[in-house]
Design a protein around this ligand. Sequence first.
Ligand code: LRH
Ligand code: MN
Ligand code: MN
Length: 432
Amino acid sequence: MSDQPIDPSVIETANERQSGDLASDLAALGEQLDRRGISIDRIVEAVRGFTVAVPSWGVGTGGTRFARFPGPGEPRGIMEKLDDCAVIHQLGRATPSVSLHIPWDRDDPAALKDKATSLDLAFDAMNSNTFQDHPDDPKQPLSYKFGSLSHADPAVRAQAVEHNLDVVEFGRAVGSKAITVWVGDGSNFAGQSDLSRSFERYLESARTIYAGLPDDFRLFTEHKMYEPAFYSTVVQDWGTNLLIAQELGPKAFCLVDLGHHAPNANIEQIVARLIFARKLGGFHFNDSKYGDDDLDAGSIDPFRLFLVFNELVEAGETLERLHPAHMIDQSHNVTDPIESLLRSADEIRRAYAQALLVDRAALRGLQDDNDALMASQCLKQAFRTDVTPILAEARRRDGGAIDPIAAYRASGYRERVAAARPASRGSGGGIV
Ligand code: LRH
Ligand code: MN
Ligand code: MN
């Protein structure tokens, strides 16, 4: 048995109280879905099979670019971050893996692996970091102020390449199978850098990283429209990202962070194009209103999240072959990170379950008949269905909490860690 951080009796007691209501709600929804020709059990089982990784930095000191307001009991290092991640998985049963960020989470890989195993956790894609300087890191004597993989100075590029290879090696040691590379490289002024030459330099560096990947490793490159470079960013959009993945080869894929697009960009169409190109590698789920806000998934625009999942479900077997990585990428300033991550995982599963409810045969027929109104209604019918009982039942069947946030509050975990972990300045998250 693993070292579960929450006493299982807390979950059992809460579930006992709620299981009667859940059974009634599930039966009512099951009846409704039956009339639509959908087996509720099939949806519950599909939801149980859908998991998403939590970001190690998501449980750390949150904040925005402007300020950080650490909450009580913030984890002081990666081991405590893993404890918090274990709470999220124990209650929600949707997040069995953690995405690490190096150097924020650098530690002995064997110790990390042992700790994760003891908590029933594994590691998803690794993240490298050449968008900040790390003054305490002897491996990083040169500054990334003017870029990293695309820097004009070959010595800085070599240092950034080496860092990524180091992260791959670290990932191999902890059982990860992918690395996500996001760089802040770009320029703030027209004329500051050569748009073509900087991209060529980036590609040359990326090729060296790619050449150092183990056979079973994937490389995800992540695009972002702007920030910290405001005039031009080297990997600014999915077009550039696709070029990179195609240039590098079969182990290279594009990662879509939902917050990295212009407001109102049609992200679901980007996802469809990347699926067409067989280059969709994974997601960083979050929500945003204006920019890279890193808010809880589905908290502002759940319909957009649903539309992304609609494309994923529509892709069927093609998607199974691509098996994109699902990760959350959030930063929290006004909520308890554990609660926010529980909620995000639930909203992501919600969007998936709703997408499974779309009557695909009917939708195709309506599209082919150019019945715009009814096609839109067909999608909306799935989106409007309240799948909450399905999500709760999926958790219950896996030993999680019917209402994970209520169970978390009842467990007193935050109060306990607040007493055990003196206030720290923390590291990671909230700065990009
Ligand atoms: C960049 C980003 C990228 C980083 C993370 C902390 O904005 O989305 O994924 O690794 O934030
Ligand atoms: Mn991201
Ligand atoms: Mn981001």
